[in-house]
Design a protein around this ligand. Sequence first.
Ligand SMILES: *[C@@H]1O[C@H](CO)[C@@H](O)[C@H](O)[C@H]1NC(C)=O
Ligand SMILES: *[C@@H]1O[C@H](CO)[C@@H](O)[C@H](O)[C@H]1NC(C)=O
Ligand SMILES: *[C@@H]1O[C@H](CO)[C@@H](O)[C@H](O)[C@H]1NC(C)=O
Ligand SMILES: *[C@@H]1O[C@H](CO)[C@@H](O)[C@H](O)[C@H]1NC(C)=O
Ligand SMILES: *[C@@H]1O[C@H](CO)[C@@H](O)[C@H](O)[C@H]1NC(C)=O
Ligand SMILES: *[C@@H]1O[C@H](CO)[C@@H](O)[C@H](O)[C@H]1NC(C)=O
Ligand SMILES: *[C@@H]1O[C@H](CO)[C@@H](O)[C@H](O)[C@H]1NC(C)=O
Ligand SMILES: *[C@@H]1O[C@H](CO)[C@@H](O)[C@H](O)[C@H]1NC(C)=O
Ligand SMILES: *[C@@H]1O[C@H](CO)[C@@H](O)[C@H](O)[C@H]1NC(C)=O
Ligand SMILES: *[C@@H]1O[C@H](CO)[C@@H](O)[C@H](O)[C@H]1NC(C)=O
Ligand SMILES: *[C@@H]1O[C@H](CO)[C@@H](O)[C@H](O)[C@H]1NC(C)=O
Ligand SMILES: *[C@@H]1O[C@H](CO)[C@@H](O)[C@H](O)[C@H]1NC(C)=O
Length: 797
Amino acid sequence: MHFLPSLTILALSLPIALGIDQFNPSYISWYTTPANNFTSTLPIGNGRLGAAIWGTAIENVTLNENSIWSGPFINRVNPNAYGALWPVRSLLAEGNITQGGEVTLDNMVGIPDSPQSYSALGSLRLDFGHEEAGISNYTRDLNLRTGVVGVEYVYRGVGYRREYVASYPDGVVAVRLSANRTGSVDVVCSVERDRYVVGNTATVVDGEGVLALTANSTDQAGPIRFTAEARIVTDGGRIMSNGTSVVARGASAVDIFFDTETSYRYAHQAKWEAEVKRKLDAARNSGYAAVKANAIADYSALSQRVDLNLGSSGSAGNLPTDTRLVNFRSDPDSDPELASLMFNFGRHSLISSSRATDSPALPANLQGLWNQDFDPAWGGRFTIDINLEMNYWPAEVANLADTFSPFIDLMDIVQVRGLDVAQSMYHCHNGGYVLHHNTDLWGDAAPVDNGTTWTMWPMGAAWLSANLIEHYRFTRDETILRERIWPLLQSAARFYSCYLFPFEGYYSTGPSISPEAAFIVPEDMTIAGNEEGIDIAPTMDNSLLYELFQSVIETCRILQINTTDCTNATSYLAKIKPPQIGSSGRILEWRLDYEEADPGHRHMSPIFGLFPGYQMAPLVNKTLATAAEAFLNWRIAHGSGSTGWSRTWTMNLYARLFNGDQVWNHTQIYLQRFPSPNLWNTDSGPDTVFQIDGNFGFTSGIAEMLLQSYEKVHLLPALPAAVPTGHVLGLVARGNFVVDMIWEGGALTQANITSQSGSSLDIRVQGGLNFTVNGEEYTGPIETDSGKIYAVVPVSR
Ligand SMILES: *[C@@H]1O[C@H](CO)[C@@H](O)[C@H](O)[C@H]1NC(C)=O
Ligand SMILES: *[C@@H]1O[C@H](CO)[C@@H](O)[C@H](O)[C@H]1NC(C)=O
Ligand SMILES: *[C@@H]1O[C@H](CO)[C@@H](O)[C@H](O)[C@H]1NC(C)=O
Ligand SMILES: *[C@@H]1O[C@H](CO)[C@@H](O)[C@H](O)[C@H]1NC(C)=O
Ligand SMILES: *[C@@H]1O[C@H](CO)[C@@H](O)[C@H](O)[C@H]1NC(C)=O
Ligand SMILES: *[C@@H]1O[C@H](CO)[C@@H](O)[C@H](O)[C@H]1NC(C)=O
Ligand SMILES: *[C@@H]1O[C@H](CO)[C@@H](O)[C@H](O)[C@H]1NC(C)=O
Ligand SMILES: *[C@@H]1O[C@H](CO)[C@@H](O)[C@H](O)[C@H]1NC(C)=O
Ligand SMILES: *[C@@H]1O[C@H](CO)[C@@H](O)[C@H](O)[C@H]1NC(C)=O
Ligand SMILES: *[C@@H]1O[C@H](CO)[C@@H](O)[C@H](O)[C@H]1NC(C)=O
Ligand SMILES: *[C@@H]1O[C@H](CO)[C@@H](O)[C@H](O)[C@H]1NC(C)=O
Ligand SMILES: *[C@@H]1O[C@H](CO)[C@@H](O)[C@H](O)[C@H]1NC(C)=O
């Protein structure tokens, strides 16, 4: 087992016992009954293929491939859009708010109003002929150190085991079915799908079973077409097929290798089927044991970079995960390791749903890549007014920067579409691209859906740009900055230097919204008392522009560029309206002190500048941080945090405010209300819609509580009183530092900071403790050497 080299030094001061093979309540999600619905399954994935394992008597594995979406690219730009732009601006400027909104929706919404949706593949059905009533000693588990799922039980005195791995290096999902008595595995295998099936056959070729499904994603024109194939290899016994199922009898073990390839990545059926064959031949030739070993080596190289300990749960942690979730509702303090398990599950979800796979790779969508529906909630799309961004909040800080490249791949696709939309909707021809609040696998950049509070938001590229620059700030990878990130930042900023219009002395957006909130039209505007969303220059837009232009200026400096892009960024930055503070002391959501239709709204858009932005962060601007805190407290007091992702955004925001006790309160409330039995985030409770964003927001929130780095490498900035003792190894700070920390009695014991890029290191410990670095009193920023470890020890008082 590998750990960071720095741990060996750390371990001298406080040894940590970490076992991989024994049961660990922070790393094993397990159950004593099979899944009874999708949100109880155990999800694995290799960044492209997803498998959600039910563990039922007749096994059901819900399969996914991340490029199976409902259909082709559609150019949805409304031809009336540009004609409406300036009239709407005038209406809004004159206070004719309702009319401005109506003209926007009548003329600027995409036609049709939705892009494509993520879609289902099918399921692998494995019938062992085992009566449910005869099954005993049943367990199933997902190991978050190895990525392996196991299902075990006893049937008629024989011990059965099913094992599942999703392999990134081999590009397949592999299954081993075994028993502890020779010749005891009987299984009927089939791939099931109800819609748009072109062919579904079972054959036996050279003693091996082959299940081959070809299908379309829709019956409309231009479907995604795909071929899914499972190879079934038996150890002993007999194998046969009846045309629709492959049947193995009397085997000692049965191995299954699965792949699917689609028309999204390959132009012709012969090409994608050749790729299926290539991957499956290779996996089959390596054999299950080698495929599993490769998969574990790859997965654990990522998963084991970080180890989190927020305290021990004792016996409460030894119960099955679904029982722990129920117990946590009444007794949250007895199981701190449930928070660690959830943190690790977030990392698992990113490792499993976002990898540099065959090009173009696709990032984690609203459901990561696990989906059983032909028409999933919100299309299972890439939603841009919080969700896709939140998916990647933990990527760098939780030491998974490798998972970020699919995000950039998608941005490249979006940028090309967004250039067209910028030209046709906004008549911007300067190389700028625009994106609204959703996109699909084709990079659809036109406005989505048709509503006052979400559709008309030309800020998608600005927000996604914030994730892009963060990737550089953490990794210090100048090649990616120059070659991949800069062209995207440049194009995003160019759009705004065409699109923004002068209004009351500032460059302003409009028509736009504060996602997805509404205000009450005031007395001096028309129509007073209406609830509207569309206006000029909501606070979030200004904050997004502030961060975007800052990113451009920062990149110009790093890459030593001095073009109009750079000078424009400086001049535009000076003319973006700063955040306004209302008479009540809160950051204002809109350009005026409108009354909010829902003061407890789930979106925290107006304080984007607190997290994930910096404009309102306490080490940057204390005044704004105080007003952002007042805003946050107000939202929460009125019932915000109502969705899983909203609650986890709250964790991150209180962390930025150095309020560890609030972070912990929202961590506990999150765990009490939102996770489904398999730990997936839900919209508003276990019986509601699964959406992965909150899982990632949770992991990010815990990391932000322990380590921040927007101005300084800030150790334990928001440690809750309820977590006095613990450690975290392997988090990453901006500047590309790996940080290991141990704390006791609410105070840092020691931190080891490994410099990976030789950046300058400015350190702050908790509320401003004095400390030594490698034995010498710390007085200010250190120029570090790459590869060197800097040991931080507080000076005892
Ligand atoms: C809003 O503007 C429209 C178009 O100019 C005008 O017809 C309408 O009377 C205005 N509404 C109000 C209530 O002023
Ligand atoms: C959007 O809704 C408005 C009414 O609010 C309607 O006039 C318009 O046609 C709709 N657009 C689309 C593309 O459905
Ligand atoms: C099943 O589990 C029970 C309780 O853990 C144990 O006593 C029993 O030996 C197990 N039976 C088998 C067949 O493994
Ligand atoms: C197989 O496993 C079962 C359940 O644990 C156990 O009762 C049985 O003795 C085992 N048989 C062999 C041959 O190991
Ligand atoms: C699948 O799509 C192809 C290509 O569009 C089409 O020719 C074929 O008829 C479709 N088959 C089914 C079953 O929809
Ligand atoms: C093949 O066998 C399976 C399982 O017994 C059965 O459900 C299916 O109907 C059979 N197919 C044919 C074509 O007989
Ligand atoms: C198997 O999984 C599919 C896809 O998730 C689901 O629709 C179906 O209901 C499941 N079947 C059973 C018997 O649970
Ligand atoms: C710079 O801003 C001007 C408008 O102020 C715009 O016309 C021009 O396209 C911008 N140039 C670039 C490279 O963004
Ligand atoms: C960039 O160029 C402008 C005008 O050419 C000049 O005024 C400015 O000082 C330059 N900035 C840097 C950082 O070189
Ligand atoms: C903080 O922000 C406010 C509002 O934009 C501004 O007036 C003030 O100068 C800022 N303070 C600092 C220290 O930057
Ligand atoms: C969180 O804080 C609220 C308000 O103080 C309190 O009512 C609630 O019990 C706390 N919840 C938990 C789980 O600590
Ligand atoms: C799935 O089943 C679990 C366990 O019975 C339950 O808590 C949950 O509400 C169910 N989810 C849905 C979406 O029905």
